[in-house]
Design a protein around this ligand. Structure first.
Ligand code: ADP
Length: 397
């Protein structure tokens, strides 16, 4: 009997899942339930036999889980599910690694919910639903923040009164850790070096975007902070901004804290700058057609990214490789080229033909032979979650 892990990424109105084979690492069945909590929930499935979607009888996480179970049963896959792995965004300082879920772990995830009010409550809902529907199966939580717990104090402390850190946990936590763990290990393999001897900067560029300095396979600094708003320009998030903006906009626009937070999270970034879209692909098309606003938005994005990559090399003391991943990192030859050019002084030189020819789904090098290597690596957070889950559930071969 094959052994497989059900990986669940539960959002407030969505539930993304993948059934991963522990031996091959392949995704046997994947899918997404959307519009949960709204009138018309829908769930889609992708399997080697094809793709399809169906409406949910009730637009709830419970109904989505029922639909997944019934699909697993009809594909004769249900009995192969040996454990469930959950993505959890915020593990605070408590979780420095993945954890086998029990009541204490659930209580700690609940405590971290104030640091990620949009995410952790949704993850808890997913955990409770899965525990109910898969009684007896081990369940594991894998945290986006855990990988960054190795950051030194000088990187994670803000220069604010220490009591805010001690009493309220105000510090930099960082996110995308599961992706960084996967990509940095892949990079070591591609570089032909033991992970412990590598010093890389990795840019994970999706709708949310961050970069991290990873020394010997451990995070030593990253661009996101207490929340995923700090750092790079993102699809709709501003990234770094003068905190004075809060007071200024409060008085200019008569906005309260939530109003300004919302503006910086949902109406800023590429969308706010371009006034066209938050989607990098659309902006790239517009930029190539000569649209000045799209060109400017991408310019601000790539300049900020290059500036942060350079700053992160301070934490490393050297640079063995620059890594690109995430939807934009894996697809946008346009942005990769801009960033590489801006970082020429660090010894990065683009191989234009390799950059333009790079196809998503393959890991590869986009730098010239006499350059510090620049690698594009397709991230695989689901595989990392499945591997941690298999290990903690004692399913490793
Ligand atoms: P998320 O952070 O939601 O997981 P993804 O990692 O899927 O997001 O990345 C989404 C981003 O990737 C979007 O900005 C999208 O436009 C961009 N992207 C996807 N394909 C391309 C492409 N071919 N060229 C440029 N950008 C792309």
């Amino acid at each position: 009997m094959k052994s497989r892990i059900l990986v669940i990424n539960c959002g407030s109105s969505s539930l993304k899942f993948a059934l991963i084979d522990t031996a091959s690492g392949d995704a046997v069945l994947t899918g997404l339930a959307e519009k949960l909590g709204l009138a018309e929930g829908v769930i889609s499935f992708k399997h080697e036999s094809g793709k399809d979607s169906q409406p949910l009888t009730e637009a709830s996480h419970d109904a989505a889980m029922h639909a997944i179970i019934s699909r697993l049963r009809s594909l004769d896959l249900l009995d192969s599910v040996k454990a469930v792995g959950h993505r959890v965004v915020h593990g605070g300082e408590h979780f420095k690694a993945s954890a086998l879920i029990d009541d204490t772990v659930v209580a700690e995830i609940e405590k971290c919910a104030k640091l990620a009010p949009l995410h952790n409550p949704a993850h808890l809902l997913g955990i409770r639903t899965a525990v109910q529907q898969f009684p007896g199966l081990p369940q594991v939580a894998v945290f986006d923040t855990a990988f960054h717990q190795s950051m030194p104090e000088q990187a994670y402390l803000y220069a604010v009164p220490m009591s805010l850190y001690r009493d309220h946990g105000v510090r930099r936590y960082g996110f995308h850790g599961t992706s960084y763990r996967y990509v940095s290990a892949e990079a070591a393999r591609m570089l032909g070096k033991p992970l412990a001897e590598t010093a890389v900067v990795c840019a994970h560029l999706g709708n949310g975007a961050s970069a991290a300095a990873i020394l010997g396979g451990k995070s030593v600094d990253t661009t996101m902070g207490l929340t995923p708003l700090e750092g790079l320009v993102m699809g709709t998030r501003s990234g770094d901004i003068d905190p004075g903006v809060f007071g200024y906009l409060a008085s200019e626009l008569k906005l309260d804290v939530n109003g300004v937070t919302d503006l910086l999270n949902k109406q800023s970034g590429l969308l706010g700058l371009s006034e066209i879209s938050s989607d990098c692909r659309e902006l790239e098309d517009a930029a190539l057609a000569g649209d000045a606003a799209a060109i400017l938005a991408l310019e601000v994005f790539s300049y900020r990214l290059a500036k942060h990559i350079a700053a992160l090399t301070v934490a490393l003391g050297r640079l063995d490789a620059l890594l690109f991943t995430g939807g934009i990192g894996e697809n946008s030859s346009y942005l990769r080229a801009r960033v590489m050019k801006q970082l020429g002084f660090l010894g990065l030189k683009l191989d234009e033909a390799a950059n333009n020819a790079f196809i998503r789904g393959k890991a590869g090098r986009i730098s010239a032979t006499d350059s510090v290597p620049a690698l594009v690596i397709n991230t695989n957070e689901e595989l990392m979650i499945a591997q941690d889950t298999a290990t903690l559930a004692g399913l490793d071969a």
